[in-house]
Every structure is written in C-alpha cells, then in structure tokens.
Design a protein. Structure first.
Length: 100
C-alpha cells in the first residue's frame, strides 16, 4: 500500500473512503496530514472492525488520547505533550512502513 495521492484532501472528500461503500472503494486513513490506503486491513478498518473509527478521517489525536468518539476524533494536536506528539509521529511512521 502507499500514501494515497500527494494532494490536499478536504475533510468531506476523505470521509467518503470510510469503508462503508458496497462498491469496494478503498479505505483511507489520515494521520498528521498523510493519507494512507489501509484497504488491505479491511477487517480492522472496515465496518465492525476495531479500528473503523480511524477510517475516512485524520484522527491523529485519538492515536494517543484513546478518545475514539466526538472531539477525540480530530487532527488537532493542540495541548498534547511533546512525548504524546512524538507518539503520533511514531504511529505515522508505522503506517509508512506497513501501508506503503
């Protein structure tokens, strides 16, 4: 897998790739502004999967906060400690290694 298109994604465009389409569209996940095709992990990122809350959005904060609802599913890192920000960077590095 790979970083999907080196382009700027609108929130509403990324949201269309959350794995709920019956047409088999790719499942995309954003972290720190990078977008990854995580379709090969459909059982995890698709509907009913344990990580479905990450699909179709950049929920960078949730990777370290553990808040997978509402305000926690955001790309904002405001208020996180440097250790927490480093952890989010480590998660992005994981996706670079695993989904490229």
């Amino acid at each position: 897998m790979r970083v999907v298109f080196r382009k700027l994604w609108k929130i509403e465009d990324l949201a269309m790739y959350n794995g709920t389409d019956a047409d088999g569209s790719p499942i995309l996940l954003g972290i720190l502004g990078s977008v990854f095709d995580v379709t090969k992990g459909r059982s995890h990122y698709g509907p009913g999967g344990g990580y479905h809350h990450f699909a179709g959005r950049d929920a960078s904060r949730a990777f370290v906060s553990g808040n997978f609802t509402g305000d926690g599913l955001t790309d904002s890192l405001h208020g996180l400690s440097s250790v927490e920000v480093k952890s989010v960077v480590d998660w992005r590095d994981f996706y670079n290694r695993s989904y490229m």
